[in-house]
Design a protein around this ligand. Structure first.
Ligand code: CA
Length: 426
């Protein structure tokens, strides 16, 4: 089962409607590698001028709509006076992932030792705030910190695109202009209400911003002022961000008396047709079918609804997941994403890696290993920029060349086999 194939589908989850379609959110930026269609990357001077003219008249048309949504004339005029469109965001809107990322690559980078160590440090540093957040929203601290770690690498990576530029462009060009106009007007209201200063509002191409990477509309519904300064600030207030994440999960149905789920062992000959996040069965039914915890222990007693997940199909790790997994899923509609958060939260609580290996003989790389691989490519003379751990097109092209040289499958994928080969002295 390829969870990533479904990422490109439209949003159709039954959990509360608090997020836009998945493809308007960004993958965690550590993993971003999508092809932006070339026409938007190489616009001519003529088309730029035409776009600028179209953009100015578009903003004029949007002005009364913005007023109707509660944006003042003063705010609109002040914040749009110097705006120019950024057509590269339209390329992202239409981009498809360059290739399918295997789940073991996705998790190797999102739940690596570095993020576990950073997360434990954050748990300790923000202990008092997290204790208060836990009490106020009844969402456990390891889960809140895991979301933070995956969304913005604990506040280190918010995205650098000015929200007003991206969202005004998406309001005037490309698909889904109505949706993005709502986000644009909401961004103006966030500024008007003084929550976040406009120059601090940078984020993903689609407008997700801050520690929690909320879209502006999600901010309006779910962000909270937890440090008591009267502003809901998801950019410069960690307490506001942690509490807002907990509030999101709470509203998405989180129940602190349940685990998100756990790894299970399937009995021999098990019919995996019953797998799927939406096929919830009482826990005792799964026990009756012969499922056990992966350490051999019995499943929890009772009728708690749970679903069986097989993220890599048969032969890989299997999980029973509860409604809490769905709450994580609603943060960013991908099962691989929810599993990364869930697994990171377990690791932060002291848990170990999954017991069942992924069905591959070429495991994925941590971010440290990705940087090492890039450094080794640079030492071989490849011009791939800084070793930042992000596997982009230049790194992949270089990988294909060395993979051919090594007699490995020349797919440009950064895996353990290629790293091991690169480590060999020449
Ligand atoms: Ca605040």
């Amino acid at each position: 089962m390829n969870t990533f194939a479904r990422l490109r589908g439209v949003w159709r989850d039954r959990t509360p409607n608090i997020l836009p379609p998945r493809h308007f959110r960004c993958l965690p930026r550590d993993l971003v590698a999508i092809a932006v269609s070339l026409p938007f990357m190489a616009v001519s001077a003529n088309s730029l001028a035409a776009e600028a003219g179209g953009f100015a008249s578009c903003l004029e048309r949007l002005r009364p709509d913005a007023m109707a949504k509660g944006v003042s004339a003063a705010t609109f005029d002040a914040q749009t006076a110097a705006l120019a469109p950024d057509m590269t965001v339209i390329g992202f809107l239409d981009a498809q992932p360059e290739f399918v990322t295997p789940i073991w690559d996705y998790l190797a980078a999102l739940v690596d030792e570095e993020r576990v160590a950073d997360g434990r440090e954050m748990l300790s540093h923000w202990e008092l705030v997290l204790g208060r957040v836990e009490k106020a929203y009844d969402v456990d601290r390891a889960t809140v910190v895991a979301v933070w770690g995956v969304e913005s690498n604990f506040g280190r990576n918010f995205g650098t695109r000015p929200l007003l530029t991206s969202l005004s462009t998406l309001s005037c060009f490309g698909r889904r202009q109505d949706y993005f106009r709502g986000e644009f007007f909401t961004t103006l209201k966030i500024i008007q209400e003084g929550h976040v200063a406009p120059e601090r509002l940078t984020g993903s191409w689609a407008g997700a911003f801050g520690h929690t990477q909320f879209m502006p509309s999600t901010f309006m519904r779910l962000a909270v002022d937890f440090d008591g300064d009267g502003r809901r600030d998801l950019v410069d207030s960690v307490p506001d961000a942690l509490a807002s994440t907990a509030n999101f999960l709470r509203r998405a149905g989180w129940r602190n008396d349940l685990p998100w789920g756990f790894e299970v062992a399937l009995p021999a000959g098990f019919d995996t047709a019953v797998a799927g996040r939406r096929n919830r069965q009482p826990m005792h039914d799964w026990a009756a079918r012969g499922l056990r915890r992966v350490d051999g222990g019995d499943l929890p007693p009772g009728a708690t609804p749970a679903a069986l997940l097989l993220p890599a199909g048969e032969g890989g790790p299997a999980f029973l997941v509860t409604r809490n997994f769905d709450a994580l899923y609603s943060y960013n509609a991908a099962e691989s994403y929810a599993l990364a958060i869930a697994h990171l939260s377990d690791r932060l609580r002291g848990g170990g890696p999954f017991a069942t290996p992924w069905p591959t003989d070429d495991a994925g790389l941590s971010r440290a290993e990705r940087r090492e691989l890039q450094q080794l490519l640079i030492e071989r003379g490849f011009d791939i920029g800084e070793p930042d751990g992000i596997i982009g097109s230049r790194t992949r092209e270089a990988l294909q060349m060395v993979q051919r040289e090594f007699g490995l499958t020349a797919d440009g994928r950064a895996g353990q086999k290629t790293l091991r080969a690169l480590r060999q002295p020449r």
